[in-house]
Design a protein around this ligand. Structure first.
Ligand code: FES
Length: 64
């Protein structure tokens, strides 16, 4: 599922970045470009990142 429409970033990419050490939206922005245009995806990206880092569920979103 796309999280960042502007940059076409999926939740799977965000989880992978979290696994590689990203721990903030700033890290995601630097690594993937998340929230670098309109910024509307920042909150959702933060939630996925926090869940990935805590090993928790993904709000029912399918793994992509
Ligand atoms: S949806 Fe991510 S920057 Fe616009």
């Amino acid at each position: 599922m796309y999280v960042c429409i502007c940059k076409q970033i999926t939740c799977g990419q965000i989880r992978a970045a979290a696994g590689a050490g990203a721990n903030s939206v700033r890290d995601l922005k630097q690594q993937l470009g998340v929230a670098s245009q309109c910024g509307k995806c920042a909150g959702c990206a933060r939630g996925i990142l926090e869940q990935a880092r805590s090993g928790g569920p993904t709000n029912g979103a399918p793994r992509v």
